[in-house]
Design a protein around this ligand. Sequence first.
Ligand code: SF4
Length: 262
Amino acid sequence: MRDGNCVEGVLMHYHYGWSLCISTQVGCRMGCRFCASTLEGCVRNLTCGEMIGEVICANRDLGERGRVGHIVLMGAGEPLDNYDEVMRFLRLVSREESCGVGLRHISLSTCGLVEKMRRFAQEGLPVTLSLSLHAPNDEIRKQLMPVAQRYRMEEVLSACRYYVERTGRRVVFEYALVGGVNDSEACARELASRLRGLQCHVNLIPLNTVEERDLRGVSEARVQQFLHTLEKCHISATRRREMGDDIAGACGQLRRRVLERT
Ligand code: SF4
């Protein structure tokens, strides 16, 4: 960035093309325990232009190999905490004369800021809402995410239902499996019962080890068992491919590496 700050974006190749995970803030003030982006808090919001810049940089890097066709707002920062600039970004990035990434190919991930989720639902943008849930109840969620002290899970799920009603799009729940915290059979069953009847999909994410935090991952057998239990309860779910562990590409880790080097 012009002021010397640095953010990370992660380009991923899928069978359907190139997807870019972008940052929306320098750092983050949400304090999720499993995330390295929040360790020094939020330095500042990114502008719409800086977020567009992340896409342009990635396209430039890709060159002949293609173009960014999908975007996930899942890098450093809580997008809804930078609401106005993120809305400008969404409206601009989708235009043909800009980056031409259709809104239906964009996902916005939030830790669950309830009022802003409801406001976002009213924007009339066909963007996929992705909710960092990571727990089947408030007690466990509070251990992982300070935002759970502010909003009860029931309020968050009710805002998700509202989003589905307004946009007709299913909500994606992100669930990072943390060994000994939220990965038990009882957790899987409780999660399934909380989500029953909601038009949604669950993404299970085996935790990327965060060296700075004392959280451990889970075995593949545990992931499969958890997945199996959700499917048995008729909850649509998949195990997300772990990406970027080898390059420290999990949220916040790339930026920290660069900062340490420089
Ligand atoms: S997971 Fe997202 S909302 Fe939570 S601290 Fe990290 S960047 Fe912020």
